[in-house]
Design a protein. Structure first.
Lengths: 364, 364, 364
């Protein structure tokens, strides 16, 4: 990811496809035109009594219903009497629109980065993922890429289902993937593993998190959450994890109007972007080498790859070279070596490059 | 285990078979008719000095010997002088009698429940296992059964050896088994794993214990104990564990007259029976399903299997459905899913049934 | 290892072979003949300011350089002025000399014991390994041996590389191995695992350490250290671990004149020797047996292998017999049984011998 080159042609597309179901999107709100007493109206009004100035975010899942979300303060200020109720909507077959950015790499094997774009006006649980994904695409568009990258900006659930239904072949080329969400708040990182549990993306994310400074937690896979639910459904079982800061449902601002631009921070978004780029860097550079001098250690000193005077312990760069030489039997990847040595991937990867240039390693 | 049906014919039998060895049972007590001084007699008197009102239970294993067990108080009250000693016994080839109750099921694959009936007058270390096994047989006789069940009421060691020697074919049909002993006292549960260590009975017992309220401990297999010693001998290596409350040898009443009816409690026997029935329920219902809609999540809402309005977290029933759908790839059993999700088997099993009825799962 | 027999012919040899590289040994010190001011000389003088009376041990690795090691007190006492500097050395193709002691056994499979003999005048980090290895060879020369043993007394790094380069065939016969170093100080034991991580030598060493009284620690393999670096290079990947007391680099006396005869203790050398002999004993006696009576327990009482009266718990000898009978299915080694039972190997091994003599086990 370090070498820049001429920018590869990038495909950015907005897709509008027929809804896979029958008017499912429009079903989320039904039309209503009526006059009704406050008492009757209240069954359709949603507030958060314990946070009287926040507006909740409520969804009717595929049931024909309607309602208004408002602050509890507003509700308390409403006088008895008749109210005119009007939602100008129609329930009919519609279209599903999503955005897609494809960056071709040397290989047609893909890494997908997926984020949802459907929660109205929520900042952490919507916008943060879009932001980090967009900037990550910007960075990657300027780099040499081994993998091809596909960024999906989709409505949650139905977007992932639609994309997977229409792109079975591309889905089969997915080697690694990340769902990004709730990634701009002040919390530490949470990485939720893929259904496979020990996929390379799971190991890469855990490794990178372990070697950075912020607090973090690794969560086991569960089938409830964001669009990893679809990517990890048993028919696909793609190696896709989910990267978050705070976990949905565990912070009071979740699914309320308080999940706004004040709730997310530029520095946190930047830290999340750095983390994503580092994970991608591991995936891009994780390969296996074969030590061309496997019988005993090659003489590093003669090749200017060792210290010249003994006494104290060797430095970490030399130690990394010894690890790479020792485990490069064609079976261990650089990530394997980083994990076993306890050293950061970047150090192991740098050592492999130095050794390769010295003619001591070959890629397998 | 929930659906009742017409009671299946049950075979209850008492078997009397020649002793496998030569008069081994009778060797446990030899005849004696003599007059001897107290000093000489004392070598044949067994007491517990630190518990002067308890009588110990002592056995001579296959060595021709004799003795009397009594309280230390009685021993102290015995005057010097000559005593007439009389045990009217004979050492000759005999017969071994044991009880067996066989409940046929849909399959000839068997679950055996084994308990010993040889410790004279001991309540926890003898009678408690017989009691729980008898009531469990009563419950199971009223239920539809996938497995066939064999309850063995046998003298310890020689009973199990005899049954195994005479029933090699039936032993080959044993898929799961439990030895029940010391299961009526006030202690928490102990489950000792089979020699295999990760047999389905081991996993089922551990799972059920984890999801009930009483304290418990899982013990690794060891070759000393009750009749699991024989079932788990290397030639058979049957998946048979041992369920106890207090562990033999760890409570002072063990192998004494204080292991009496006051030492065991009806409520504890009932709790043990419930636990056994729950373990059997897991074994009966543990099967694998295939999600018939494996590409992304099926729309549960349309099938009335989801909540209708979003906001808070989903309930445990819906979560269980998501787990079953996600892991039902024909490879994971319901117990696998219960273990991975951390949910009780009953919840997972109920979810699978609901999904099967909705046409979303098929049994494999 | 317990039965003595007529001493087997032992080969003790000193080998002198051409240096594998070009004059590498001589490169460690270059000749110098000059007169120079103290200021210029100081760049070639090595001391330890914080330990003013200790002399450091410094090495120039394969770079043509020269220098003198001295105490800091000596350095401070040197007056300004010109100094005559003289090292009478020559840099030319040379010879590498090492010692080897080979003890043939019933099998040509080998156990190698390797120690380095190159650190000038250091006691713990040189002499201690030589001492323990020499005494271990003395003990083994008096014993029946299943394995053949090869003791290597070699200069570090280049010695191991030379031996491996010239003995490819013998290297292929190495089944287990130990590098001995820093094994006479007052510290507890450290065993560093082989690259394989779960080789029989790794398991034997861990088992023996667990069942002795001194503090110890098991260290994972790393490619930096002593000659296990070479034995465990990927082309050889021999099952060779490293046994130490204090770990190199972690004690202040390391690579200084304070690592002298006062730093090591006879009792500690003796304890290390006992440990090595016990590890070798495990390797010599670790085999698999088959229970000839695998269907249920054989009657041990009739064979005088059980207690005669029940009551308290069985003794550890009987328990060991039950473990050996239960797990001797031709698949589990005695070390497997010792590990699973938590009992010391010697107890398990003794039980197996008793059972074998009773006709209950056969070797597989």
């Amino acid at each position: 990811m370090t070498r820049k080159k001429t920018v590869t042609p990038t495909t950015i597309a907005g897709h509008t496809v027929p809804n896979p179901g029958t008017g499912t999107l429009a079903m989320m709100r039904s039309a209503i035109q009526a006059t009704m007493a406050l008492g009757d109206l209240k069954a359709h009004l949603f507030t958060i009594p314990e946070k009287p100035d926040w507006i909740p975010y409520r969804t009717s899942y595929y049931k024909e219903d309607w309602g208004f979300c408002l602050t509890h303060t507003q509700l308390l200020a409403m006088n008895e009497g008749d109210y005119e109720v009007c939602i100008d909507a129609s329930l009919e077959d519609g279209l599903l629109t999503y955005g897609e950015c494809y960056l071709p790499g040397q290989s047609s094997d893909e890494i997908i980065i997926s984020c949802h774009a459907c929660h109205p006006s929520l900042a952490n649980d919507n916008l943060s993922g879009l932001t980090v994904a967009t900037f990550l695409a910007g960075i990657l568009s300027q780099c040499d890429r081994y993998y091809s990258y596909r960024f999906l900006f989709i409505p949650g659930t139905i977007g992932a289902i639609t994309w997977l239904a229409q792109n079975r072949e591309a889905a089969g080329r997915v080697r690694h993937g990340l769902v990004l969400t709730c990634i701009g708040d002040s919390g530490g990182f949470h990485y939720k593993k893929s259904r496979r549990g020990n996929a390379e993306i799971d190991r890469a994310a855990a490794h990178v998190l372990k070697h950075q400074a912020e607090p973090f937690e690794i969560l086991e896979f569960s089938p409830y959450g964001y669009d990893e639910r679809q990517y990890c459904s048993p028919g696909f079982n793609l190696p896709v994890g989910c990267l978050m800061r705070r976990v949905w449902g565990t912070f009071p601002e979740y699914h309320t109007s308080a999940d706004n631009l004040d709730f997310i921070r530029p520095a946190q978004l930047a830290g999340s972007l750095r983390l994503c780029a580092t994970i991608v860097d591991v995936l891009e550079n994780n390969r296996k080498y074969r030590n061309l001098n496997p019988f005993c250690e090659p003489q590093l000193g003669r090749r200017n790859l060792y210290r010249t005077t003994g006494g104290d312990a060797i430095g970490k760069e030399i130690n990394a070279r010894l690890w790479v030489l020792n485990l490069s039997d064609g079976e261990h990847s650089l990530l394997d070596i980083a994990e076993r040595s306890g050293m950061p991937f970047s150090l192991i990867c740098g050592a492999a490059e130095v050794l390769r240039q010295a003619g001591l390693l070959e890629s397998v």
